[in-house]
Design a protein around this ligand. Structure first.
Ligand SMILES: Nc1ncnc2c1ncn2[C@@H]1O[C@H](COP(=O)(O)OP(=O)(O)OP(=O)(O)O)[C@@H](O)[C@H]1O
Ligand SMILES: [Mg+2]
Length: 363
């Protein structure tokens, strides 16, 4: 915003300081004068005596008074200027940092030294805001880079398949069509996943009362054929678990967790347990647990990042996008819930999504 230039805060503080000093000095001197004059009146005998004595007083004290006032003025102006400068110095650092940040340098921090006061609180709040924005921007950049990389892959595969078909017309076109179909489906899945992620992040969905235990049952039922194919036993139980949210997104959240639990499981005799119910804090909790390889806690902490896949893929032919858990997390957050992943000591993963106590619609 363009503003007309005005007097600086430092100048205004200086003038205020000097002004107060002058007023206080004048009051003090007036009081002294008042007492002096009264005493002179008491000491002098009769009205004839009074005038010359006060005239003498006036003559000898007036220059001193003027001198004192002049000194106070200079002292007030100089002292006020220095004091205001010192008081406002942190503000200059904060302003400089703000200018740098608005010019795009998010890595700069104010780091104001000293004990807590209003300026330091402001500087600290500003520093933590910058740190959050910087992390957020970095995450967005990483996300955009990963998304374009992942979207490029199916397109590059299609192009390679088409190139081969063009140079070798004798090949079976049916095979080409099948492979192109697979690659294309994967690209569509990826795009849809990205759209869901954006929709959940923006919280752009209608909310209604949903029983999470029914949602969990539905997800388990849909995925039962997959579990059977992978010879994983799937067990669900739970009681009424009301959540205020989007049925479609909550189903997606549950399906992603259960699907993960099935596909990232043991090659034989895997087990999956799904449970939805009331949590101790009056909210709702969904737990999906599965057997599987032992997972390092450091790895588990990173699994919710978009496009993050577990390192070893020994037993499984499942080629995931790596967006499942990122979607689960952003759907949970959009419902004010939280996803917690823990590596089970015996191997496999426990995913817990906790939703807060149901908020009244419209509140
Ligand atoms: N229940 C689980 N048990 C063990 N490992 C898991 C489990 N869920 C996720 N993982 C690990 O976390 C990684 C990320 O999971 P995520 O769901 O985000 O991606 P994905 O399953 O690989 O792909 P998709 O986008 O198709 O879901 C997986 O690749 C897997 O290594
Ligand atoms: Mg997954």
């Amino acid at each position: 915003m363009d503003r007309a230039p005005g007097p600086s805060v430092r100048l205004r503080l200086t003038l205020t300081y000097a002004g107060f000093l002058m007023v206080a000095g004048a009051l003090l001197l007036a009081t002294v004068w008042g007492f002096l004059l009264r005493d002179v009146q008491v000491v002098s005998h009769g009205p004839g005596d009074f005038t010359p004595v006060s005239a003498v007083l006036l003559r000898s004290y007036l220059p001193a008074t003027v001198g004192v006032m002049a000194f106070l003025l200079v002292f007030g102006l100089v002292g006020g200027w220095i004091l205001a400068g010192r008081m406002l110095a942190p503000l200059r650092r904060i302003t400089d940092a703000t200018r740098l940040a608005s010019a795009g340098s998010l890595s700069h921090r104010i780091r104001l030294p000293g004990r807590a006061d209003e300026f330091r609180e402001l500087a600290d709040a500003f520093d933590s805001m910058l740190a959050r924005i910087e992390a957020h921007v970095a995450e967005q950049q990483r996300f955009a880079a990963n998304a374009s990389h992942e979207l490029r892959t199916p397109l590059a595969i299609s192009k390679a398949l088409l190139d081969v078909a063009r140079t070798d017309p004798g090949r079976d076109p049916g095979e080409l069509v099948d492979r192109l179909h697979v690659v294309n489906t994967r690209a569509i899945d990826l795009t849809e996943a990205l759209l869901v992620l954006g929709r959940a992040d923006r919280r752009a969905f209608a909310r209604e009362r949903v029983d999470l235990s029914l949602v969990a049952e539905e997800a388990a039922e849909t995925l039962l054929p997959l579990a059977e194919k992978r010879r994983v036993s799937l067990e669900t139980d739970g009681d009424i678990a009301p959540v205020l949210g989007s049925p479609a997104l909550l189903l997606l959240l549950t399906t992603n967790l259960v699907q993960n639990a099935i596909v990232h499981n043991l090659p034989e005799h895997g087990e999956v347990r799904v449970r939805a119910g009331a949590s101790a804090g009056g909210g709702v909790v969904l737990t999906v647990e599965n057997t599987g390889d032992r997972l390092a806690p450091e790895l588990v902490a990173t699994l919710t990042e978009p496009f993050r896949r577990g390192t070893e893929r020994v037993h499984t032919d499942h080629a995931g996008v790596g967006l499942g858990l990122a979607i689960v997390q952003s759907i949970a957050r959009a419902h004010d819930g939280a996803l917690t992943l823990t590596a089970r000591p015996a191997g496999g993963l426990r995913a817990v999504v906790e939703f807060p106590a149901e908020a009244r619609p419209g509140s």
